[in-house]
Design a protein around this ligand. Structure first.
Ligand code: COA
Length: 329
């Protein structure tokens, strides 16, 4: 038994809203084209919530599906971690809403705000909790309703984002499968390149802040792109070393699904062949913390990622935050 394996993923699931926003729909809203969006980002459609649907609703669906997949009862859940930057309300946490709606009466629940890297941060925390034998069953959920904080008059951002949730259930490793290594990084000096100001306490909501659109995502796209490519490439290299695996041993690379060109650049950096690179950014756009768990679930359920195979996750997001994880499924 490899003593360094603390926890493993025993189930996954997703919660995806039904409503689809296509590039052609966006052509009717802002000055853009399907061709521009596809060639610059690889995105064709994104799913968005209906009125009344909140982040916790998507997370609950993902969590139920993951628990079913794992063959576990909700009462067995000890911890619920929701990675999100678009929780239902300022507070309490989205995780507490998820706990209530699931009926997870034996769990404690909290959020992690690490933007698009949030799911990897959540995995690391869950792995540590299990390693310290403080819990046996931890739900890690990445869930977002970014459409609520997207400015649909800003063509540079509104074409990118979508809504969704993905969940993974972690339990102690069986000694063969599990998380091989995690890597978490951040650089708060780059906060000004990707942010949403308007709902915080520094500039509390006011008529002026709403008029100025301070409650929407703001991003310096070109700068973010540059940093994302460098940071994700470095993280991919580092996680192979930390996990003590070669690139040939990697069965599937699942990066944060923000932009096809960033995914491609990350794969090229470690020279993973394209058939081992998972892509669904075309269907969902950038769903921030939800993108890796949604991709993971699709990869498992389509048979692309089987038990015993090695997956590498790499993400990058606002903060900036970035990170990676390597695991044997
Ligand atoms: C946003 C992004 C796709 C833009 O692609 P780009 O190749 O950098 O494009 P630029 O920003 O150079 O813009 C090129 C032109 O397209 C225009 N443009 C921007 N959005 C457009 C859109 N949706 N449709 C048509 N034209 C658009 C710009 O206004 C600019 O026009 P100009 O040259 O006349 O000023 C790219 O920068 C990106 O993916 N950045 C990272 C975003 C991201 O992943 N964020 C989340 C990280 S977790």
């Amino acid at each position: 038994m490899d003593k360094s394996l603390h926890s493993m993923i025993v189930g996954t699931g997703v919660g995806i809203p039904n409503k689809i926003l296509t590039n052609h729909d966006l052509e009717q809203i802002v000055d853009t084209t399907d061709e521009w969006i596809r060639t610059r980002t690889g995105i064709e459609t994104r799913h968005i919530v209906e009125d009344g649907q909140a982040t916790s609703d998507l997370c609950v669906e993902a969590a139920k599906n993951a628990l079913d997949d794992a063959g576990l009862l909700v009462e067995q859940v000890d911890v619920i971690i929701v990675a999100t930057i678009s929780g239902d309300v300022g507070f309490p946490s989205a995780a507490c809403f998820v706990q209530k709606k699931l009926g997870a009466v034996n769990a404690y629940a909290f959020d992690i705000a690490a933007a698009c890297s949030g799911f990897i941060y959540g995995l690391d925390v869950a792995d540590s909790i299990i390693a310290m034998q403080k819990a046996k069953t931890v739900l890690v959920i990445g869930g977002e309703t970014l459409s609520r904080i997207t400015d649909y008059t800003d063509r540079a951002t509104c074409v990118l984002f979508g809504d969704g949730a993905g969940a993974a259930v972690l339990q102690p490793s069986d000694g063969n499968r599990g998380i091989l290594a995690t890597l978490l990084k951040s650089d708060g000096r780059l906060d000004h390149l990707l942010y949403m100001q308007g709902l915080g306490t520094k500039c509390p909501p006011s008529h002026q802040s709403v008029d100025a659109g301070a409650h929407f995502i703001r991003m310096a796209g070109k700068e973010v792109f540059k940093y994302a490519v460098t940071a994700m490439g470095e993280a991919a290299e580092q996680i192979l070393k930390l996990a003590n695996i070669t690139v040939e041993e990697v069965d599937l690379l699942i990066t944060h699904q923000a932009n096809y060109r960033i995914i491609d650049a990350t794969a090229r950096r470690i020279e993973v062949p394209s058939e081992k690179v998972f892509i669904n950014v075309n269907k969902y756009g950038n769903t921030s913390s939800a993108s890796i768990p949604i991709a993971l679930d699709e990869a498992r359920k389509s048979g692309l990622l089987k038990e015993g195979q090695i997956a590498v996750f790499v993400a990058f997001g606002a903060g900036f935050t970035w990170g990676a994880a390597a695991l044997r499924m």
